[in-house]
Write a protein that binds this ligand. Structure first.
Ligand code: ADP
Ligand code: ASP
Ligand code: MG
Length: 817
C-alpha cells in the first residue's frame, strides 16, 4: 500500500488536477492507495488574509474577497464534475462558506483572532479541496471515501502547530480504515484535540499528515507530489542552477527542511523513519523524473547534500558582565522562550564576551525581548546585564550533509565563499551532530550567498562570471559578439559560463537578471531606461551576484570615478579605459590597494597597446623579482601610420588629413599629435613597473604647433598645420640621408620619461615598424643585454576587445575555489 500526497501547487487549477488524476489512475493499477490533498494552491494563505481583514474591520473588502474565494471553489467543482454530482458538492461548498462567513463575522465583531480560531479558519481549505477532489475522482469511476482527518488524527491543543498523540492516532486510523470502503481521500494539515477542537499541524503540514497515515498503515512507500523534481541542492527559486539530489538520509532531509527547504515539512521524516518507510518526492508536472528518495541510508561521498535558508530573522543579543557567574541564566532564558512557544533557529555563545545571541523569526523577536527583559528585570536594573538588543533584517544559510563530519574543510570553504563575496557573517553555529553549519547574514545578501555557496559546493567545476557592460561602441559591441561566439566552447572546455546581465551606452541601459540571450541582444533605445550611472551601479549591487564584473568600454572620466565604489562592493573591473590609471598616482595606488584588500580583480591589460600582453608581462616580471631599468616604446598607432605615409612623399598636413579620414586618429588629431595619449600610456607602464610617475612629470614634445593648441577648430588647425609641411619634408630628407627613420617614441628611464619624435638608425628595433604597429622594449635585470620586445597591432576594436575578453576570462579562472 502506498500513501500519496499532492500539495497545493499540484491542485491549483483544473489543468493541474487532471495531471494529478492521471497519476492516481496510473498508480491504482499497481497498488492500493491512500491519497492526501492540501488546500487548492494559495487558499490557506487567503483564508488567513481574510481573517486579518476581518480583524482590522474592513468589512466590505473581506466580504467581496470571501465571495471570490467561494466562487473559485464552485468553479473548480464545475470544471471537475459532471452535472449529477454538482448539487451535492455545491451544497457542501455553500454550507462551508456560510460557516466561514459566520466565523469571520465573529472575528470582525471582537476584533481578535486566537490561534484556536485561526486553525478552525484554516481547516476549511483542506476540507473543501479534499471533498471536491474525492467526488471528482468518484465521478471518474474510482470508488472513494472522503476522510476528514479531524476524525482520525488526535493532537494536543497547541493550536497552529499541534503535536500528534501517536498511539491514539494510530489506533483511530487503523480502526477507521478497517471499517470504510473505497480509496481513502484524506484532508492534509488538520486534526483535532480530545475535546473535538480543530487543530493544524503547522504550515505545510499536509506532508506530515501523509507520513502519519503511512506509518499507522505500514505503507510500503510515502510519495509526496509537488511542483519540483524532488529535493534540490538549493531552492530553485533562489538558485537557478540547483539540481535534484537523488537520495537523502532521513536526518539530512529533516535538517534541510528545518532550515527552510519547504519542499518537505520537517516533522514528516520522523514517522517514516520509525517504520523505515521510504519517502519519494516527485514532480506532478514531470512524473517520469525519479525525484528524490529519502530513506535510512547515508551514502558515501558528496560531503554536502544541500543548502537551505530561512528569511526574515532577527538576532537577539544578551550580554552581561557577570554572565558566566550567574548560574542558571541560560536555563531561565530557554524556559521563558519555550513557555511562550518561541523557538530560536541558531544559538551562539561567546564566553569571552559573556554574551549569547539567538536568531529568531522577526515576528517573534519583540515578544521574546519583552519576556526576557521581564525575567531579568532586576539584573538589567542593577546594570549587571545589558538591555536585550535586537538586530533585524537577517537571514540564515545552512549547508547540510551527514558526511561533512569527515571533511574538515567544509566550514573553511563555506566562510571563504561568503567572505569572497563581501557577505558579512553575524553569527555562526555548527550542530554537534555535524549535520549542518549555519550562518546568519544580511537578508539582502541571501540570494548571493546561496548562489556562491552552491557554486562552491556543487558547481566547483563550473564557474559563472556575471558581466555588466558600460559602453557599446566598437569595442563593447565586438566584445559581446566574441562572448556570444565563444560561450559554448568556454562552457564545455573551460567550465566557464559568462552571463551578461547589463548593457549601457551614454543614453540608455538595459538589464536582464537571467542573463541576456547574446544572439538576440536588446537595442538600446527609447524603450529602455535612460542611462544613469548611479542607477546602473545600484542595479549591479541589487542583483548582488557572486562573481560580478563591470566592463568599462568607455573613455569616460565619470565612469572611472565610480571604480572605488565598484571595487568596494567586491565587483571586479575590466577596462580599456585609461582614465583611472593615468589620473593621480595617489588615486591609482588607492584603487590597486582597494582591489587587493577586497580580493577582487581590477584588470586593464588593454590600457596600453590594445591586446598586446604588456601590463601582465611587466606585472609578472615585478612579481618574480625582476627590476625594470628602461622602457622604450612606440605606442601610438596613429602617429606610426602618419610617419609611415610621410615616407611615401605626401606633405605632413595631408597625411594627417588622410589618417583622420581613415579613422586612425581621434576626431581631433591634436589629441594624438600632442602626445598626451602616449603620455598616459607611459605613466601606466611606469606605474606598473613600480615607478612613482605623474602625467605632468613627463616631458612631451608635442607635434601640435604652439599657435594651434588652443582656440582653433579642427579645420583651422589643419590649415595652420600646412605651415609645418616644409619642416617635416626637411626632417624626413635629413633622416633619409643618414639611412634613418622618424619615430614618435617614448623613453622611460629610472623614473624620467620623455616623449618625442626621433630619427632612428637601421640598427634600432623601432626602425622596422610598419603601419600602425606598437612596440615595447623592456630592459630589465634579466633582460639586460637583449631587451624583451613586445610587438604587434596596438589599436583597433577587434584586438582591444579580444584583450578585454581575455581579462574577463581571467576573472573567471582566478576566482576558482
Ligand atoms: P506543495 O504545494 O507541493 O506543498 P511547496 O510550495 O510547499 O509545495 O514546496 C515546493 C517548493 O519548495 C518549491 O517550489 C521550491 O520553491 C521550494 N523549495 C525550497 N527549497 C527547496 C529545495 N531544496 N528543493 C526543492 N524545492 C525547494
Ligand atoms: N494548506 C496548508 C498550507 O498551505 C498545508 C499544506 O499545504 O501542506 O500551509
Ligand atoms: Mg508543502
Amino acid at each position: 500500500m502506498k500513501v500519496i500526497k499532492f500539495g497545493g501547487s499540484s491542485v491549483e487549477n483544473p489543468n493541474n488536477i487532471q495531471l494529478v488524476f492521471q497519476i492516481i489512475q496510473g498508480q491504482l493499477q499497481k497498488s492500493e492507495l491512500v491519497v492526501v490533498f492540501s488546500a487548492f494552491g494559495g487558499v490557506t494563505e487567503q483564508l488567513f488574509a481574510l481573517a486579518n481583514l476581518a480583524k482590522s474591520g474592513d468589512l466590505g473588502y473581506y466580504k467581496t474577497a470571501l465571495l471570490a474565494l467561494e466562487q473559485r471553489h464552485l468553479d473548480m467543482a464545475n470544471a471537475l464534475l459532471g452535472n449529477e454530482k454538482r448539487e451535492k458538492v455545491d451544497t457542501f461548498i455553500r454550507q462551508r462558506f456560510h460557516e466561514l462567513e459566520d466565523l469571520y463575522h465573529g472575528i470582525f465583531l471582537i476584533k481578535e483572532q486566537s490561534p484556536r480560531t485561526l486553525d478552525y479558519v484554516a481547516s476549511f481549505g483542506e476540507r473543501l479541496s479534499t471533498f471536491i477532489l474525492a467526488e471528482a475522482l468518484a465521478a471518474q469511476g474510482i470508488p472513494t471515501c472522503f476522510v476528514d482527518a479531524r476524525e482520525i488524527i488526535r493532537t494536543d491543543d497547541r493550536f497552529g502547530q499541534a503535536r500528534v498523540d501517536e498511539a491514539t492516532t494510530h489506533a483511530q486510523i487503523q480502526d477507521y480504515f478497517a471499517k470504510q470502503e473505497g480509496v481513502k481521500v484524506v484532508t492534509g494539515f488538520i486534526a483535532s484535540t480530545i475535546k473535538g477542537e480543530t487543530t493544524t499541524l503547522g504550515r505545510s503540514g499536509s506532508d506530515y499528515t501523509a507520513a502519519i497515515l503511512a506509518s499507522a498503515l505500514n505503507a510500503e512507500v510515502l510519495e509526496i507530489w509537488t511542483d519540483v523534481s524532488g529535493v534540490l541542492t538549493c531552492d530553485p527559486k533562489m538558485v537557478y542552477a540547483a539540481f535534484t539530489i537523488p537520495q537523502l538520509s532521513y536526518a539530512e532531509a529533516m535538517e534541510l527542511s528545518h532550515f527552510g527547504a519547504k519542499v518537505i515539512f520537517p516533522a514528516t521524516m520522523q514517522p517514516a523513519m520509525k517504520k523505515n518507510i521510504p519517502i519519494q518526492i516527485k514532480n506532478t508536472f514531470e512524473p517520469s523524473h525519479p525525484g528524490t528518495l529519502i530513506n535510512g541510508q547515508v551514502r558515501e561521498g558528496g560531503w554536502i547534500k544541500g543548502i537551505s535558508s530561512r528569511s526574515n530573522l532577527t538576532l537577539m543579543t544578551l550580554q552581561s558582565a557577570g554572565w558566566m557567574a550567574a548560574g542558571g541564566s541560560l536555563g531561565r532564558i530557554f524556559t521563558v522562550l519555550s513557555e511562550a512557544r518561541l523557538s530560536s533557529l541558531l544559538i551562539s555563545q561567546a564566553s569571552s564576551q559573556h554574551s549569547i545571541c539567538l536568531a529568531l523569526a522577526t515576528e517573534e523577536a519583540i515578544l521574546a525581548k519583552e519576556l526576557i527583559e521581564q525575567e531579568f528585570f532586576y539584573e538589567i536594573k542593577s546594570g549587571e546585564m545589558d538591555p536585550v538588543s535586537l538586530v533585524p533584517g537577517l537571514a540564515l544559510v545552512a549547508v547540510v550533509g551527514e558526511n561533512m563530519k569527515h571533511d574538515p574543510g567544509t566550514s573553511g570553504r563555506m566562510f571563504r565563499a561568503l567572505g569572497q563575496n563581501n557577505i558579512n557573517v553575524a553569527a555562526i553555529a555548527q550542530g554537534s551532530s555535524e549535520l549542518n553549519i549555519s550562518a546568519i547574514i544580511p537578508q539582502a545578501d541571501l540570494q548571493k550567498a546561496l548562489n556562491a555557496l552552491h557554486e562552491v559546493f556543487f558547481l566547483s567545476e563550473h564557474k559563472v562570471v556575471h558581466l555588466f557592460l558600460v559602453g557599446t561602441g566598437l569595442i563593447g559591441t565586438e566584445l559581446l559578439r566574441m562572448i556570444a561566439q565563444q560561450k559554448e566552447k568556454l562552457l564545455l572546455e573551460n567550465q566557464l559560463d559568462i552571463q551578461v546581465h547589463g548593457i549601457a551606452n551614454s543614453r540608455y541601459m538595459a538589464f536582464d537578471e537571467d542573463g541576456f540571450d547574446l544572439t538576440n541582444l536588446p537595442q538600446l533605445g527609447p524603450s529602455k531606461s535612460k542611462m544613469d550611472l548611479n542607477a546602473f551601479v545600484e542595479t549591479i549591487e541589487e542583483m548582488n551576484f557572486s562573481n560580478s564584473v563591470l566592463v568599462d568600454c568607455t573613455a569616460s572620466q565619470e565612469v572611472a570615478q565610480i571604480y572605488p565604489r565598484i571595487l568596494g562592493a567586491k565587483i571586479a573591473i575590466v577596462t580599456p579605459n585609461k582614465k583611472a590609471n593615468s589620473g593621480s598616482l595617489e588615486s591609482y595606488l588607492a584603487l590597486k590597494q582597494l582591489a587587493k584588500s577586497r580580493g577582487v580583480h581590477f584588470l586593464y591589460e588593454t590600457n596600453v597597446a590594445a591586446g598586446l600582453p604588456v601590463i601582465n608581462t611587466i606585472h609578472d616580471l615585478m612579481l618574480s623579482g625582476d627590476r625594470v631599468h628602461r622602457i622604450e616604446a612606440v605606442l601610438s598607432g596613429s602617429l606610426n601610420f602618419i610617419f609611415s605615409e610621410l615616407e611615401k612623399g605626401l606633405p605632413f598636413s595631408e597625411v594627417v588629413v588622410l589618417a583622420k579620414e581613415r579613422g586612425y586618429t581621434e576626431p581631433d588629431p591634436r589629441e594624438d599629435l600632442s602626445g598626451l595619449d602616449v603620455a598616459r600610456k607611459v605613466v601606466i607602464l611606469g606605474r606598473e613597473a613600480e615607478q612613482k610617475l605623474e602625467v605632468e612629470d613627463i616631458v612631451v614634445h608635442s607635434l601640435v604647433p604652439e599657435e594651434a593648441r588652443q582656440g582653433l577648430s579642427v579645420q583651422e588647425f589643419l590649415e595652420v598645420l600646412k605651415k609645418q609641411d616644409a619642416a617635416y619634408t626637411e626632417l624626413l630628407a635629413t633622416a633619409k640621408a643618414k639611412g634613418e627613420k622618424l619615430r614618435f617614441m617614448a623613453t622611460l628611464e629610472e623614473g624620467k620619461a620623455e616623449i618625442r619624435l626621433r630619427s632612428l638608425p637601421a640598427s634600432h628595433p623601432f626602425y622596422g615598424l610598419e603601419g600602425s604597429d606598437n612596440m615595447i622594449l623592456l630592459t630589465t635585470d634579466r633582460y639586460y643585454d637583449r631587451p624583451m620586445i613586445i610587438r604587434g597591432p596596438g589599436a583597433g576594436a577587434e584586438v582591444t576587445a579580444a584583450g578585454v575578453f581575455a581579462d574577463v576570462i581571467r576573472v573567471g579562472n582566478y576566482t576558482r575555489d
